[in-house]
Every structure is written in C-alpha cells, then in structure tokens.
Design a protein around this ligand. Sequence first.
Ligand SMILES: [Zn+2]
Length: 472
Amino acid sequence: MKDAIYKNIESKFQLTEEINRRIWDYAELGLQEHKSVELFSKLLEQEGFKVKKNIAGMPTAFEASFGNGKPIVGIMAEYDALPNLSQEAGSTTHIPVVENSSGHGCGHNSLGAASFGAALAVKDYMVDNNLNGTIKLFGCPSEEKDNGKTFMARDGYFDDLDAAFTWHPGDKNGTWGLSSLANVSVVFHFKGKTAHAAAAPHLGRSALDSAEIMSIGVNYLREHVIPEARIHYAYLDVGGNAPNVVQGTTSVHYYIRAPKVYQVLEIYERIKDIAKGAALICGTESSYELYTGLSDYMPNKVLTKVLHESMVEFGPPEFDENDFKLAREFFNTLSKGEQDNAKKYLVDNYSKERGESILEKPLHTEIAPFEILPIAVPGSTDVGDLSYVAPTAQLTMSTTALGTSPHTWQMTAQGNTSIALKGIKAAAGAMALASIKIMENPEIAKEAKEELIAKTGGKYTCPIPKDLKPKI
Ligand SMILES: [Zn+2]
C-alpha cells in the first residue's frame, strides 16, 4: 500500500507543487481567496472530483468529492495568507516582494498543497483497487481570521465523515497529541445619554461608566471561574475624548478562553449577565455582538495512532545537503528566543552530541513518538469544531528550519522552497496512507467514532449562533 501511495504522490507531484507555488504567489487574505479556489477547483475537476463551491455562506469555501458511499474520509485544505508578511521566496534577508503586502507567513499554501496531493493519491488508489468509499477534500477558508471550519461544522458539512485528517506546516515531524483552547470573541456595546458634565450631569447617563463597572464585575468574577480560564478585554470606543461630555456610547471587546467549549459558554453567559447588571446600575442600555467562537481541539486517539503509524511507514521528509545548508542560513536569522526554543527541544529529546549535530543541520528528520497528553496549547484553532463532529487527527511536518515561528517573514520565505516541498510530500503521503487504511478497515472508523461519542455524548454545541454570517 505504501509503495502504491508513494507512486501516486510522485506521479501527481507536479500539480501539488503548482498549487504550493501559485497559492504562495497569490497570498490572498481570508475570505478573499478567489484565485486560490479557482486553481483548486480547476485541477480537482480535471482529476474527476465533483466540486461544490460557495458552501457555508463563504464564496471561497468548497467541498470536492470522489467515490460513493461509506466510509467517508475528509481531508482539510487551507489557503489564506496574513497581512504584511510578504517576503521573497528562499531569501534569508528580509525583503518583501511587495511592501506592506500579504504573505503566507503560516504556510497555508503548503497546507493546501499537501492535502490536495493526499486526496489525489487516495483517489488514484481507489480507482486502481476498486475500493468503495468517498474521499472528500474540504477547502477551508480564512483559518486565521474568520474560522471557516467552525461555520462549516455548524452547517453540517462534516456530519457524515467517518474520519478527518489535517496537518500544519512547521519545524518538526509528529502527530498532534495536545488539545487547544476554546474561545469566544464578543463585543459589548453600551448606549447612554450625553450631557454637559458640569452644567447638567443629572441629565446624562454614562456608557463609559457602564463599561467600567462591567470590568469591575468581570474582575471579581475571575476568582469564581476555573483557574485555566482566560478573560481579556480592550476598549474599542470610549465615547469621545472630552471629559466635560458624559459619554453616550462605549464598546468593549472581550475574549473568553478555557480548555473546553462548554466552560467558555458558561463563563460567556455570566459575563452577559454582568453587562446587563452594569447597564442597570448606570441607567444605560447594553447589547452584545458575537464575532467568532471556537471549540477546543480533541485529538482522536484511535485515528491519531493510525496517522502516526502512517507517518512512520511513509517516512519523514527526505532533505538533501542544499536543504540543510539553507535551513542553517535561516536558523541564523532567527531571534535568540527562537533559537533557544530549538535548542531546548534538542536538549529535552536528544543526547548532547546528537543535539549539537542536528543544530548544524537544523531540519527535523525524525518522527516524534506517539503521545496524547491532557494539555491544551495556549492558542485556538477551528480544527476544534471539526473534532467535535468527526473523529479527527492531525500532524505537523517540517517545512522550515528548527525554531522558525509561524507568522514571521522567515516562515513565508521557506514556504516556497525545496524544504517545504519535501515536507509537503511526506505530509501528503502520511495522510493518504491513513485515509486508505480507514477505507480498507471500516472497523477502525467505528472505534474512532465510539471514542468521540464517549467524549461528547454525540452532542455538539457550536459556539457561534445559527444566524451569524461570515464577515465577507
Ligand atoms: Zn496556520
């Protein structure tokens, strides 16, 4: 099976490489990825996939499918860029291609490319072996800004998946055994009455007072929520800059994070009550506007194991001497903190000598051991919502020098080099192999589903309401 997948990945790698390079060039921001989606659809249709565009209220979301019936395996593609991260490909000096322009500083061009390559390899294997089942490639827009997958999960696009796989470019090879934080992003508005603050203060009702009292309320709340919760806020509008005018409007933006989405939603309800209370105290009106919400990521143990075995079987990226040399040059441009992170990883995981020799050629060439830990990384991802409705596993593969942080010009630069292409090939191979294993052994998918139901009781409460539309 491995040899067949290897052959399939190789035979279509020119298309995968084209996706990586052209999407890197387009560098389109979230929900504006029109050219990227055009390219995906054209190539997927040529390859015999049925492509449904404009799904879940997002013109740049798509679902491409091949085959019939169960099992249904979904692979996720992303392709959104980040503002102000334009950078020349492969250059170890910080030179934007276009000043102040967008760039693929999180490697989502490579993310989309490998997922595309994996879906094609699975399709070709299905054809060659008369295999029943369906392979779906989901085009998930705006991971960075609007959490495309959360809308797709809310609208039921992942409901029939027996297994879902995804990955992220990075500086190491391994499966993802940690969870991520759930969060909601919500803006509270207060409306009062302006008045001359000296001549007629009794006629005014201060919106700013309400927001300040809300902050006091929330700060008292902190003692009575779980210690892992994080609540942060920023004022968006303070009702003007004149002290002698009672402030008629105020808006304050809150993020509420916790390890589990139900914990976030509980705290969110209590904060809504505090806002109402603050308005009552001040005689103002309060309202709120939910911007986004994300569930925590739950790695499916059964599927993550299958993905890990597939990574080991297909093998890590096969870097050559030029790749090692370029990686060393990039490593030299990293901040001390980033270099120290890489060194700490080597100290924690390797002998002194091995660590030092890796540092000379700073690309990860091994696969980290399989582990699932009850720890949440202090960030959030829309893969979380996918993991609540379908058993999900993800991996990370080296596309950059050790120590490279996401959202940096170095990440943009390395995303369009031979280092990235080798990581892409290995990621595509592992995901394709894992997908075929599920299709040939549906009992694994059954076991993975049982694990999911044991965790959620089969229930998914999407943190965004039914009527919230993506902000196009
Ligand atoms: Zn990313």
